[in-house]
Design a protein around this ligand. Structure first.
Ligand code: IMP
Length: 178
């Protein structure tokens, strides 16, 4: 499958090493706090699964699914919750686990929504960020990698539901991107 992608941005080994570093940072920061990791479906599933297995403090997992109105490659910032959390997060230390921050509009909505539920804290851990595309001012404490302004797929990230199962992260070939 790799042959279709001339621009592999992040190899499997690089992703693994960075995920391990992020897990170390989270483990150090959250000692004795029993954080709740909130995975934003579906793109962050692989990242969350790898990250949580490297975290060395007790923690819990929950999942949210949101849909952002917009085109396949551009979010609008108008977000609908398709699956809400199972857990009551009042008083909890929440870490939102995201695949990629693009405009930041989805995350901006999500973190406001979660903060309104009176958690002890809310931080964000995103595998990727595209700073050039940012429209919303959001703070992200843990970031894996910065990627250029190009549509990327693999390791959970999709284009029309394809390519999530790639072990690496690649730029979509031009004709399919936007
Ligand atoms: P935002 O609201 O513009 O920050 O978009 C956030 C969501 O759009 C991410 O959680 C992804 O699901 C999706 N997304 C943004 N950029 C990409 C990309 O390059 N590849 C795959 N999905 C993306």
């Amino acid at each position: 499958m790799k042959t279709q992608f001339d621009k592999v941005l992040l190899e499997e080994g690089e992703i693994r090493a960075r995920v391990s570093e992020l897990a170390k940072a989270i483990s150090a920061d959250y000692q004795g706090m029993d954080p709740l990791l909130v995975c934003v479906l579906k793109g962050a599933v692989f990242f969350m699964a790898d990250l949580v297995r490297e975290i060395t403090v007790p923690c819990e997992l929950d999942f949210m699914a949101v849909s952002s109105y917009g085109s396949a490659t551009d979010s609008s910032g108008v977000v609908r919750i398709l699956k809400d959390l199972d857990a009551n997060i009042e008083g909890r230390h929440v870490i939102i686990i995201e695949d990629i921050i693009d405009t930041g509009l989805t995350l901006s909505y999500l973190s406001k929504n979660l903060r309104a539920r009176n958690p002890a804290s809310v931080e964000v851990c995103a595998l990727l960020t595209k700073p050039e595309r940012r429209k919303a001012d959001i703070s992200c404490k843990y970031v894996g990698f910065e990627v250029p302004d190009t549509f990327v797929v693999g390791y959970g990230l999709d284009f029309n539901e394809d390519y999530r199962n790639l072990r690496f992260i690649a730029a979509m070939p031009e004709e399919g991107s936007r």
